[in-house]
Design a protein around this ligand. Structure first.
Ligand SMILES: [Zn+2]
Length: 155
């Protein structure tokens, strides 16, 4: 949800890039059609269309297009309500916060609970520690034997 200050700043940003777009109409367009979006998403999408030579008017922001994909690129904010509200959501009950094309809840639920991958547990840690300690003892012993042989040759 954009605040009035954020709307003013986005309008000013677009006007700075495209001085032929009046701030007043930018402000109205953003407030009317994009108020529910995240500040960062609108800023990215607005910068995208404003710098695209193919864009004639800021009304292009109201259309679906790569500028809204750009707004989501690299954003892990989907779980935090920062994504494009028009992006289709997973229809499974309880998955509504995930996008349909990449639902983390569906992926989790598809995992086989009988997966034999062992959990690292205390017994495995103890076993690993014992192997590590044995390897250290062997290395120390080998070092001592090598040192003793060197001393024999010297002596
Ligand atoms: Zn799902």
């Amino acid at each position: 949800m954009l605040s009035t200050t954020e709307i003013d700043r986005l309008a000013a940003m677009a006007n700075a890039v495209r001085p032929d777009w009046p701030i007043r109409s930018l402000r109205t367009g953003i407030a009317t059609n994009h108020r529910a979006r995240a500040y960062q998403d609108v800023a990215v999408a607005m910068a995208w269309i404003a710098t695209d030579p193919a864009t004639r008017t800021p009304g292009r922001l109201d259309e679906a297009g790569p500028w809204w994909d750009a707004a989501q690129a690299g954003s892990s904010g989907q779980e935090h309500g920062r994504s494009d509200p028009r992006s289709p959501r997973c229809q499974v009950v309880g998955h509504g916060s995930y996008p349909v094309r990449n639902c983390g809840a569906c992926r989790f639920e598809s995992l086989d609970p009988s997966d034999p991958t062992p959990e690292p547990g205390p017994s495995r840690y103890a076993e690993a520690a014992a192997r590590g300690a044995q390897a250290c003892r062997e290395a120390i012993g080998a070092g001592r034997r090598a040192a003793a042989r060197t001393d024999e040759r010297k002596g």
